[in-house]
Write a protein that binds this ligand. Structure first.
Ligand code: SF4
Length: 289
């Protein structure tokens, strides 16, 4: 398994940590252009509950580095991570300025931009191309599933067919593409999840991030969960599935994340994800890390 830690060591020569940044953006699933309620699992913070808000980019990076520097140590490098909402859903000028400010921070060695495959118009790709010429650039695409049936159910707001083209466009401008996948989406079978991973593998995406489906307060998923319409995965069950899915990936695909931890103050389920130490211990044993 090619882990992100190993990839960062191979690429940058040392460990890398992410400094999360929240831009002044929304997403087409929230502002009415594709929908208003957002994806059914997404909280009001747009999947960025850990990011600082209301500060300029340099201050956000400083604060994020301050939080992890004890763990990271003096030799670590940092990736400016535009995490919340859809970070290419803005004017090209705003994105350009934001990336330039982040790149100018002395501790930042790379930039990562989280977005959706349907939010990459040519003018934005030009901004990303210019950025990739100056600094290592990652673009993280929220695919979650290759099934259009599930995509409808979770209110993702675009068809899966546009994803492989988005990956190719991003690769052609020099970006390193990471694809986000959610394991345990409502009504998904093991075969659906295998199909998603095969779809990612065949797209040319360089990396993948797995996340367990979390039920967060204030989401449509929370209503479904409380109505008994949703079963969440147990810890062992989740990692068994991820273990199988990884075997379908090419050896050179970077596994950036095997699971995440949802924001505790609004987490409803699964409860096991609250105990990060236990999860990490289990995961490390299960995957021989
Ligand atoms: S997950 Fe991303 S695309 Fe979906 S509602 Fe949240 S911010 Fe928007």
């Amino acid at each position: 398994m090619y882990t992100a830690n190993q990839f960062y060591k191979d690429t940058f020569g040392h460990k890398m940590y992410k400094a999360s940044i929240t831009l002044d953006v929304t997403c087409p699933n929230r502002d009415g252009s594709k929908g208003t309620g957002g994806c059914i699992f997404c909280s009001n913070e747009g999947s960025g509950e850990f990011a600082s808000r209301g500060m300029d980019i340099t201050a956000q990076i400083d604060e994020a580095i301050e939080r992890v520097k004890g763990k990271a140590g003096p030799d670590a490098g940092y990736i400016a991570y535009f995490q919340s909402y859809t970070n290419t859903y803005c004017t090209p000028e705003y994105l350009r300025k934001s990336i330039e400010e982040a790149s100018a921070h002395p501790k930042i060695e790379a930039v990562s931009v989280a977005t959706r495959p349907d939010c990459l118009p040519d003018e934005i790709l030009e901004v990303l191309r210019a950025a990739a010429d100056k600094i290592p650039l990652f673009v993280e695409l929220g695919l979650q599933t290759s099934s259009d049936k599930t995509a409808m159910l979770i209110n993702r707001g675009y068809k899966s067919e546009i994803y492989p083209e988005a990956v190719q466009k991003l690769k052609s401008i020099g970006a390193n593409v990471i694809t986000h996948v959610i394991v345990g989406l409502p009504e998904e079978t093991h075969l659906d999840m295998e199909n998603t991973v095969r779809f990612v593998a065949s797209s040319g995406s360089s990396g993948i991030k797995f996340t367990c489906l979390y039920v967060l307060e204030g989401t449509i998923l929370a209503d479904m969960y409380r109505a008994g319409e949703l079963k969440v995965l147990g810890m062992e069950e989740y990692f068994d599935i991820v273990f199988d899915l990884i075997s379908l990936l090419p050896d050179n695909m970077v596994i950036h994340r095997l699971t995440g931890d949802g924001p505790k103050k609004i987490l409803i389920a699964p409860d096991w994800t609250r105990n990060k130490r236990k999860v990490l211990n289990y995961m490390n044993r299960r995957f021989g890390l």
